[in-house]
Design a protein around this ligand. Structure first.
Ligand code: ADP
Ligand code: MG
Length: 475
């Protein structure tokens, strides 16, 4: 399709219009006339030098983004300053660049009334090629696909990740959301995808960022009054990886800004990769419009690795560290530490450390000692989320059902049990438990705890629920 100055500018305008307030748009963009488009240079006519300076000062970013979006990296913009009628309109503006037409303009404008010495064209400003704005990927090369071992627990997520890495933005997996509990490899896999893309497509701009840092940057940008710069920065990324998006929960401003960034990237075929400790259905205090976008692509779960995978991960780690260890010790550790890979690695690291500091041989007895310590620590870290998950799984309902306002008896009971165990196993206050389990107040939680105590001593079936759940939660 042939691009004309008008078509290019109209496309830029429709993007700009969406991104600045109406008044600013009317004042600063409606008066602009596109006058020429050639060799990827768009010339726009503005009514004064002041106008030009104002644009440069306040709207350069958005102009840059709009033009680059429309014309690609090499796009340039040229201003043609045309003073209001003062010069007489016989001769329309000239839109060629500096030296040559300086003379011609002077000839016509014998009596330029304004102080501006050079109402002629300013030097064109060159849109800094986005490639020149080097963005550090923040990727950790130690987290790659080679050392992300495959198992049943991660096969889907891992292969989706590979597919995305081969064709970022070009698969149905956009966004790719990787979710799963702590220490199951979300961060590792997210980096691995980025590292692989950087390797295959060095020219692409990849950015890894934790959700916490993203929130921090956003808050700073609001404080410093450059929220737009923040948005524009993110809009030029080709592959955006945000780790732990559950932290967006309850952060309305961040969610709003991310919504716009997300739309922009997605519309432009850029790849988005997110990780979260929960599936989208279980995420709380995240706006519906964002949640629905999280589900556009693929949500792939990282599950608890099975025994074989745990052994493989341990062996791989030992091999990379150049440590030898008897198979039965490795298997002992793999058998007893099931909850997550981080702990698995932690246990083996302490085992190695213990044996080398104390010059002890690595024996099953030593392994046992260390594993016990790890398992105990894990128990202390039961979270309210985890309890809600166990309880709702047990009663075969979604966490959202458990938290809902319904008064149906079996759901109320499940909710009360979750509150009871949250009180028992966490240090959270009644108020905090209430707010996390369906936004109830502290009195409701207190009442729930009493009810569970009463029912367990009077109702046999109920007592069994409590015992089963107790076992499951502390497993
Ligand atoms: P998460 O982000 O889900 O909490 P991480 O990505 O930080 O988990 O993983 C915790 C540790 O476990 C990291 O050291 C990571 O390298 C390791 N790990 C997790 N899954 C695997 C795997 N499949 N193969 C090898 N190492 C893994
Ligand atoms: Mg992580």
């Amino acid at each position: 399709m042939n691009k004309t100055a008008l078509s290019v500018w109209e496309n830029c305008l429709s993007f700009i219009k969406d991104n600045i307030n109406t008044q600013a748009y009317k004042t600063w963009f409606e008066p602009i006339k596109p006058v020429k488009f050639a060799d990827n240079v768009l010339s726009i006519q503005v009514p004064s030098k002041f106008f030009y300076e104002w644009l440069e000062e306040h709207f350069i970013q958005i102009l840059k983004v709009a033009l680059t979006k429309e014309l690609g990296e090499g796009a340039k913009l040229l201003y043609v300053i045309k003073m209001e009628n003062t010069y007489g309109n016989k001769q329309p503006f000239t839109e060629k660049i500096p030296s040559t037409n300086r003379a011609s303009l002077k000839n016509q404008n014998v009596s330029a009334p304004l102080k501006n010495k050079s109402p002629e064209l300013r030097n064109p400003f060159i849109i800094p090629g986005i490639r020149n704005v080097k963005i550090e990927s923040q990727l950790n090369p130690n987290y790659n696909f080679d050392n992300f071992l495959e198992g049943d627990s991660n096969r889907l997520a891992r292969s989706a990740g590979l597919a995305v890495a081969n064709k970022p933005g070009g698969t149905a997996f956009n966004p790719l959301l990787i979710f799963g509990g702590v220490g199951l490899g979300k961060t590792h896999l997210a980096h691995a995808i980025g590292v692989e893309i950087k390797d295959k497509y060095p020219e692409k701009t990849v950015l890894y960022i934790s959700a916490e840092k993203f929130i921090q940057q956003y808050t700073d940008s609001v404080r410093k009054n450059n929220r737009n710069d923040f948005i524009h920065f993110y809009q030029i990324i080709d592959i955006l990886i945000i780790d732990d998006v559950q932290f967006f929960s309850g952060k309305a401003g961040t969610q709003d800004v991310f919504f716009h960034i997300f739309n922009h990237l997605h519309q432009n075929g850029k790849q988005i990769i997110l990780t979260s400790d929960k599936a989208p259905v279980d995420m709380q205090d995240i706006e519906q419009r964002l949640l629905s976008r999280f589900k556009w692509g693929l949500s792939a779960e990282l599950q608890h690795p099975d025994f074989e995978t745990r052994v493989a991960i341990l062996k791989n780690k030992l091999y990379r560290d150049g440590v030898e260890m008897e198979d039965d010790i490795i298997e002992y550790v793999a058998k007893h530490i099931k909850s997550n890979v981080r702990e698995l690695e932690g246990a083996i690291v302490s085992l190695i450390a213990q044996s080398s500091f104390n010059k002890k041989e690595i024996t099953i007895a030593l392994a046992k000692q260390i594993v016990e310590k790890f398992v105990k620590q894990t128990k202390k870290e039961i979270s309210i989320d985890y309890i809600q998950k166990i309880v709702s799984d047990y009663f075969q309902m979604d966490v959202s059902t458990l938290q809902s306002k319904t008064r149906k008896r079996h759901i109320v009971q499940a909710r009360q049990l979750a509150m009871f165990f949250a009180k028992k196993f966490t240090k959270a206050s009644l108020a905090s438990i209430g707010s996390q389990i369906g936004k109830r107040d502290h009195a409701t939680v207190l009442h729930a705890c009493k009810t569970v105590n009463n029912l367990s001593s009077t109702d046999k079936q109920f007592k069994k629920y409590v015992e089963d759940l107790h076992k499951k939660i502390t497993l």
